[in-house]
Design a protein around this ligand. Structure first.
Ligand code: GLA
Length: 745
């Protein structure tokens, strides 16, 4: 009896349990069709990315790296051993199904569920006239009817693959995208050395190295407008090493084409494999998608090199010059910008004098920076006037056209500064259109640099901003260049226009910005556009599709610039880097550097000047003339050549950069000394790379009468220059040299 009671109780307890379980099992499961496994190769001249759907329809990444040849061999490879899914790493991990280490896509459905499972339904591969092969892989969730298209564009010659995703709500109810990254990169190595770029105002693109730990490492920006200030949406990954090498080993480089909040997440799972997920930052940006609506992510670029970071950078540079940067590698003109030379204190006479001096030094463009506009609230300081883009007639009674005509008369192009996304609280625009300002109901609007941001998600504001551009261009038919600035971030936001859909803001802002600049390009295809955001706070491959160049940094101290330009050059080519010679003591750092050093540093990008030339002595003006003239002889190599980084300012007190023309007939070497340690220092040896080993080169130092190399003017075998190298006498801090190399017939 004692035994009987508990047994009966147990049976009684089990009845409802078993009943429930039965109910669960009986829920109908939506069938997923079987798939015939096949290889999907995405190929460039030297790399292959191999994907494959499993029989269950899961899309796995089998390989990314140097070409193996016939991709069918991968059918034999079985990556899924021991994995929870029975598949290899998923090409596009989503939140749902088997748990991936990180999810590129996460969706909340109308019934409250958050489970997405994507299965392969088919793919296409097409080649366009330019030779770009586009692979579109379609995936579907059979329960929620969400559809995803993964789009891979393979740029064969440059070894770059651009990946983006199109997400379609195929269901009958609205859904919310909680995560909507562009791409996932799955890698398998013993070690991963990450190179990334953090920054701040006047301190952009500071290179940083991290040996990735297990777990997650994130690079991100939530600055809104000035997205690339705290970090740049780009990286290099050296595989199987903890040592960064320019010339050896497997390196993957990646970059996101997006000018807004982003995240790049590097997750090393317990097996040691790495998932890299890159895309728009979804924080405060859950994105609602109506039935039938499609969301298209920006593109994530990836390239692979078997020969170190140098080749990975060159792949990106070559790709960008051919396919991305607006009109690259057209030569953008040398210029004098009025900002650091005059700030807000100028009148017509000041500017005419600057134009005269710019012409006298052989510069090709004069740019009138901030301070030319505002009538009710004249822009005589940074506290007012943004938004009121009419000429300040008190300052410039003859108007813009007369200045532009004067510049043209002197053989110079003419450029002008605008900051059309912004508005000063003290402006007519803010008085007339408070509803256009980014603001949150019931709260004070935060100011930064005494200004507010206009709500670019609003089509009326987009029209206004386009109108600002058009009206500025109409001030004269001789405006050749516009510097587009953006001097504050958006940390907190609110849009009168978006109503209850506030979380669309961050995405809608960037889309609005792109709509405007696209429209500008349709109407003004020839104007040279500089992308500036308090210096380099908007340096990304999304903006560069519309802009010819960037203002690399407000920090014009040549010593700091060496590091900033070096970091920028790891991802972006020199042809976009605006680089100016400014006065000493430097206005940002107080540092005093020799004029020759400043000129030689500026010459490794698009050279310009940003000072009051009247403050230069005759001898200094003569040196500027000489350097600018010689720059014109070799700048085509800086603009269109391949960059070899020979010595890093992050690793020692020297920096050396070599640009080699595509046909390897010419090259230009920049060498900078950044420190002085001792009188007993040995000569600095710079070993060149990338020359044509079969050729001889004449080597000439430019802009000096006393070369720092004993071999100056001679002709040498490429092997000697690359093997033995050039032992330069550059001992003192700020010694600098530029050598031109010309292959002999
Ligand atoms: C920003 C830019 C500068 C200059 C000023 C003008 O800081 O980066 O180059 O144009 O604005 O206000």
């Amino acid at each position: 009896m004692k035994r009987f009671i508990p047994l009966a109780l147990l049976l009684l307890l089990c009845i409802p349990l078993r009943g429930e379980k039965k109910k669960e099992i009986q829920r109908p499961v939506v069938p997923v069709p079987e798939v015939v496994p096949q290889i999907i190769p995405i190929e460039t001249d030297h790399t292959q990315l191999i994907l494959r759907p499993t029989p269950k329809g899961l899309l796995e990444t089998l390989y990314y790296g140097a070409r193996i040849g016939e991709p069918q061999v991968f059918l034999k490879q079985y990556r899924g051993r021991g994995s929870r899914s029975g598949a290899g790493p998923l090409a596009f991990p989503v939140a749902g199904g088997i748990t991936p280490p990180d999810a590129a896509l996460s969706v909340a459905y109308a019934d409250g569920s958050c489970n997405t499972e994507l299965y392969y339904t088919g793919h296409t591969q097409t080649q366009d006239e330019a030779g770009v092969v586009t692979t579109v892989i379609s995936l579907k969730d059979y329960v929620t009817l969400l559809e995803v298209r993964l789009v891979y564009e393979a740029y064969r010659q440059e070894d770059v693959i651009a990946v983006h995703t199109e997400i379609r709500n195929g269901g009958k109810k609205a859904v919310t995208l909680q995560e909507y990254a562009s791409a996932a990169l799955l890698l398998s190595a013993e070690r991963y050395l990450l190179t990334s770029f953090h920054g701040d105002w006047a301190k952009e693109m500071q290179m940083e190295r991290t040996l990735l730990p297990y777990g997650r490492h994130t690079i991100e920006s939530r600055n809104g407008t000035q997205a690339t200030q705290p970090a740049n949406p780009a990286f290099l990954l050296s595989l199987d090493t903890d040592r960064f090498s320019e010339t050896e080993g497997r390196v993957i480089a990646g970059a996101l084409e997006w000018s807004g909040n982003f995240s790049l997440r590097f997750t090393r799972d317990p097996s040691g494999d790495l998932t890299v997920i890159g895309g728009i930052h979804a924080a405060a940006a859950a994105y609602p998608l109506k039935p039938g609506e499609v969301f298209e992510t920006p593109r994530m670029l990836q390239t692979f090199s078997n020969a170190g970071a140098g080749q990975a950078s060159r792949n990106l540079h070559r790709w960008a010059r051919k396919w991305n940067i607006y009109r690259a590698p057209d030569i953008n003109p040398t210029l004098l910008n009025s900002w650091e030379g005059a700030y807000f204190q100028f009148n017509t006479q000041t500017l005419l004098g600057m134009i005269d001096d710019a012409a006298g030094m052989g510069l090709e463009l004069f740019v009138l920076d901030d301070g030319w506009f505002g009538t009710k609230y004249p822009r005589n300081n940074s506290r007012q006037g943004l938004g009121d883009w009419e000429v300040n007639a008190e300052k410039l009674p003859e108007g813009i056209d007369s200045l532009a005509s004067y510049a043209h008369g002197k053989g110079l192009k003419f450029g002008i500064w605008i900051e059309p996304e912004m508005v000063s609280p003290r402006s007519r625009l803010a008085e007339e259109h408070p509803d256009w300002v980014v603001r949150s109901a019931g709260r004070e609007i935060p100011e930064s640099r005494n200004q507010w941001v206009l709500d670019l998600s609003n089509p009326a504001v987009q029209d206004f901003v386009f109108g600002v551009f058009a009206r500025t261009m109409a001030l004269s038919d001789k405006i050749d260049y516009v510097k587009w600035d953006c001097n504050r971030p958006v940390y907190s936001f609110g849009s009168d226009y978006l109503g209850t859909q506030q979380t669309r803001f961050y995405v809608a802002y960037v889309q609005g910005f792109y709509k405007i600049v696209r429209r500008i390009r349709e109407r003004y295809p020839d104007v040279i556009l500089q992308c500036c955001a308090s210096g380099g706070a908007r340096v990304d491959y999304g903006a560069l599709r519309y802009f010819n160049e960037v203002w690399t940094s407000d920090n014009t101290d040549a010593l700091e610039r060496v590091r900033i330009q070096y970091g920028t050059g790891l991802i972006y080519p020199a042809c976009v880097q605006g680089s100016h010679v400014s006065a000493v003591p430097n206005h940002q750092t107080g540092n005093v550097t020799p004029l020759k050093f400043r000129l030689d540093v500026a010459a490794a990008g698009r050279l310009g000047m940003e000072l009051q030339p009247r403050n230069l002595t005759e001898a200094e003006q003569a040196l500027c003339r000489r350097c600018i003239e010689s720059y014109k002889q070799y700048r085509d190599i800086v603009f269109a050549g391949d960059l070899y980084r020979l010595a890093s300012p992050y690793e020692g007190d020297a920096c050396a950069l070599l640009f080699v023309s595509e046909d390897r007939s010419r090259a230009v070497l920049f060498s900078y000394s950044l420190g002085f340690r001792s009188r007993a220092m040995r000569d600095r040896t710079v070993r060149l790379q990338g020359l044509d080993a079969a050729r001889h080169y004449r080597v000439r130092e430019l802009n000096t009468d006393k070369s720092c190399w004993w071999g100056d003017g001679g002709i040498y075998e490429a092997d000697y220059l690359m093997g033995n190298g050039m032992d330069l006498k550059q001992y003192k801090m700020y010694d600098s040299a530029i050598f031109l190399l010309e292959a002999q017939p």
